[in-house]
Design a protein around this ligand. Structure first.
Ligand code: UDP
Length: 417
């Protein structure tokens, strides 16, 4: 059976705890909006409870919506490794990477999708489906739910059209679609909504930590606090370009003493990660200043501590959805060096909230600039923190979701397909 996530163990932060960060008015507005949804049930469906940005957001979004009185649940579809190998190819292809997708792959996607359609017991008023893996659940539209939303976390502006055209007939049956950035979308006949992702400032991943905790984590991983740390946190994925990060680091390391930390885990819906991890380990094997850390899921305090200990945080992605790791870094007032791709462009305003790069050489140049100009680095970090506070915190995201639900639920004038 597909699984239903129990989030009762999650962070105990209450909505009023956010008042000192975002102000009382923001929290009161959330309660006012939520009141109009009382009695409604929202079901979120994606393909993994841990690993990656979608799970990261749902882990905090679901309990907070429940605190607001909106009955919100989270389920995942069931799939085997072959299915997730196919959906990873879809993911890469939607990002524009060339993938060899066979007719058998499409058949497998449909078979597993139909099995989930049969097995999942869905009851709810608003069915909120995340990304392509569970997209076929829309076949239950007549049977379940009043409103169906497809929330696409991927930049599909330049996709492999075979995959896009395959998904298209499912996408257009949703009542609405949600994208993370204005330039991530394509022309669709149904309503599109723009909602930026967010981070939770009070989660274990982002809350402030005592120095002693940071020291403990650094000791655990054999890192030297006296030597500048360049960090990238990411699933081991080609699109995050971990080898490019190593190459940029090696150029910097020739003239400036520093250490590189590549911290990441694997995701249950990403079978490619073991191979990437192996290649990265091979590439780094003869350099003692490179630390490849395989971090188990739900090690939020450890990731937080590494980010807080870092001198510079990198995100050298080749393609990116929104890039929550960048949001997390900026929130911690860290100087960031990141590729100018996807949602990173919304977060890193070049030379104001961080430095954007377009190549390995460019990344190395930016790293050197920041390592040799600490005051400039600090100013970028401060600006970045303010940018996140204004735009990318979970309270703004909650408001956007509540408005979306209300709009779709009460918008009787729209003729849906
Ligand atoms: N993350 C984590 N452990 C890891 C790797 C990543 O907790 O080993 C988290 C990271 O802190 C961030 C999310 O997973 O919150 C990754 O989201 P992002 O949007 O950066 O990338 P995605 O993985 O969704 O492509």
């Amino acid at each position: 059976m597909p699984l239903d996530k129990d989030l009762s163990y999650q962070s105990k932060a209450k909505l009023h705890d956010y008042v000192p960060i975002v102000g009382r008015g923001t929290i009161e507005a959330l309660y006012t909006l939520a009141e109009a949804l009382s009695g409604k049930t929202v079901i979120n469906i994606n393909s993994t409870f841990s690993g990656g940005g979608v799970a990261e957001i749902l882990t905090r979004m679901v309990p907070l919506l429940n605190q607001l009185g909106v009955d919100t649940r989270w389920m995942v579809i069931k799939g085997n490794e072959d299915f997730f190998t196919v959906t990873k190819k879809f993911h890469n292809a939607l990002h524009g990477r060339k993938e060899n997708i066979t007719p058998e792959d499409y058949d497998l996607f449909l078979d597993v999708g139909k099995k989930n359609v049969e097995e999942m017991q869905l009851t709810g008023d608003i069915i909120f489906v995340h990304d392509p893996q569970p997209i076929i659940l829309i076949s239950k539209k007549e049977e379940v739910g009043e409103r169906w939303i497809w929330r696409c976390h991927i930049d599909v502006s330049n996709p492999d059209l075979d995959v896009w055209n395959f998904l298209y007939p499912y996408i257009i049956h949703y009542h609405g679609t949600v994208f993370s950035a204005p330039n991530f979308t394509r022309k669709l006949p149904n309503r599109q909504f723009l909602i930026h992702p967010s981070i939770d400032p009070l989660s274990d991943k982002n809350r402030e930590l005592p120095e002693s905790t940071i020291d403990q984590v650094l000791n655990k991983y054999g890192l030297d606090r006296e030597k500048p740390i360049i960090l990238q946190v990411s699933r081991f994925d080609y699109l995050k370009d971990p080898v490019g990060v190593i190459e940029a680091f090696e150029m910097v390391r020739k003239s400036i003493p520093c250490q590189l930390v590549l911290a990441g885990g694997t995701a249950t819906d990403d079978p490619e990660s073991d191979k990437v991890l192996e290649e990265v380990r091979d590439r780094a094997s003869n350099n003692n200043d490179i630390h490849i850390l395989l971090i188990p899921p739900e090690s939020d305090v450890e990731i937080n501590a590494l980010q807080r200990a870092a001198t510079i945080i990198m995100q050298k992605s080749i393609k990116e959805g929104f890039g929550l790791t960048v949001t997390e870094a900026l929130w911690k007032a860290k100087p960031v060096v990141a590729s100018s791709v996807g949602g990173i462009q919304l977060q890193v305003k070049n030379k104001f909230t961080g430095l954007l790069c377009h190549s390995i050489d460019g990344a190395a140049y930016a790293l050197k600039l920041l390592l040799t100009n600490p005051e400039y680095a600090m100013q970028l970090g401060k600006n970045g923190q303010e940018h996140v506070k204004q735009n990318f915190l979970i309270t703004r995201h909650l408001k956007d979701y509540l408005m979306l639900f209300l709009f779709l639920y009460y918008d009787n004038d729209v003729i849906y397909l």
